[in-house]
Write a protein that binds this ligand. Structure first.
Ligand SMILES: *Cc1c(COP(=O)(O)O)cnc(C)c1O
Length: 360
């Protein structure tokens, strides 16, 4: 059976080499006589898996020693609550609203303190990143929050906001490992892994140690305290062992390709092919301000709903699946994460050219 090119925003493609390795190791992981799904999270074998996954992630991202790496559950959405619960000391935080995920995080934070929307691009359907060079940051803000890459709208921060000395917190669910990150620019980075890393069910938090508090209010659930998870080295309770194992395989695979500078080159190449086509097409056009375009999520439209629907249908039949745009934007969206081969984007563009010629 031929594999399709899956342009879904998430869950999304995984590297074929990793899937094959997981298949080979499914029944007997490295002579243990069992699958990773079956083994104790307290076993020596699994301890190696999680330690190595952490080490490889630290290598890839150059994570400084004064940051903890936590493998958690509950998805990125649970972090919308965990972040304010753990980091709001003064009870104030500033949010930059660049899309639905940022907005959801902001709405959630309001439950735990004073969350302030200090900038927003809602006025133009989140098709750009607002100027964040001189925002009205609160003097007693505990942190400034961004969604680094806006999965739904296809925008990304090319320049980080001026936080005026406050801690920066970033949701990097849809662009982590797509390019190098200077971790020290942030107090906390978190990401759900199902976009650009592994299977759904794992969320990783990378947090500066001095932000891990042991003076949290009694009301904060034990499981949601970063302290609990950091003290237990992500093994307070049963983690998603198989998900962590899969992420570990992806980390090793990315290292074997040359790490994140190499991934950035490949991702720039892929996105370049698609954006160049969109900029020159008479039928298709991108929906995002050029300087804010994402390398990962590329929304585009034609001028007709009918043509959009016809395109999505014919593309699906040709093996380019999940190109339908998010319901709030309409049109199409091609998510071209790390695991999408260059060839997948080249073939999609060939298909779009032919569709344009056939439907003039
Ligand atoms: C998908 C996504 C989320 C939600 O992730 P879940 O793991 O499903 O909670 C949050 N933020 C961003 C940027 C996303 O792309």
């Amino acid at each position: 059976m031929a594999r399709v090119y899956n342009f879904s925003a998430g869950p999304s493609m995984l590297p074929e080499a990793v899937l094959k390795q997981a298949a080979e190791e499914m029944l007997d992981y490295q002579g243990s006589g069992q699958s990773v799904m079956e083994m104790s999270h307290r076993s020596k074998v699994f301890d190696n898996i999680i330690k190595e996954a952490e080490k490889d992630l630290r290598d890839l991202l150059n994570v400084p020693d004064n940051y903890k790496v936590l493998f958690l559950q509950g998805g990125a959405s649970q972090q919308f609550a965990a972040v304010p619960m753990n980091l709001m000391k003064n009870g104030v935080a500033d949010y930059i609203i660049t899309g639905q995920w940022a907005k959801k995080a902001y709405e959630e934070a309001k439950k735990y303190g004073k969350a302030v929307a200090v900038a927003s691009s809602a006025d133009k359907t989140f098709s750009y990143i607002p100027d964040c060079s001189d925002l009205p940051i609160d003097d007693d803000a505990d942190y400034v929050y961004i969604c680094h890459n806006n999965t739904i709208y296809g925008t990304t921060f090319k320049t980080l906001p001026n936080t005026k000395g406050k801690i920066l917190v970033a949701d990097m669910s849809s662009d982590i490992l797509s390019q190098p990150v200077n971790v020290s620019d942030y107090g906390l980075i978190y990401f759900g892994v199902q976009k650009n890393v592994g299977p759904a069910g794992v969320v990783v938090a990378i947090i500066r140690e001095d932000l891990i508090r042991d003076d949290l209010p009694e009301s904060v659930p034990t499981m949601l305290k970063y302290k609990t998870q950091a003290d237990a080295e992500s093994l307070y309770n049963t983690p998603n062992c198989w998900g962590i194992y899969m992420c570990g395989l992806v980390f090793k695979y990315l290292k074997s390709l040359g790490g994140l500078s190499e991934m950035q080159k490949i991702n720039e190449k892929k996105a370049g092919i698609l954006y160049d086509f969109l900029d020159n097409s008479k039928m298709f056009r991108g929906t995002v301000r050029k300087e804010d375009r994402s390398l990962m999520n590329v929304p585009f439209v034609t001028d007709s709903e009918e043509l959009n629907a016809k395109f999505i249908k014919e593309a699906t039949e040709a093996g380019f699946v999940n190109l339908k745009g998010h319901r709030s934007v309409g049109g199409m969206r091609a998510s071209i994460y790390n695991a999408m081969p260059v060839e997948g984007v080249e073939k999609l563009v060939e298909f779009m050219k032919k569709f344009e010629a056939d439907n003039q």
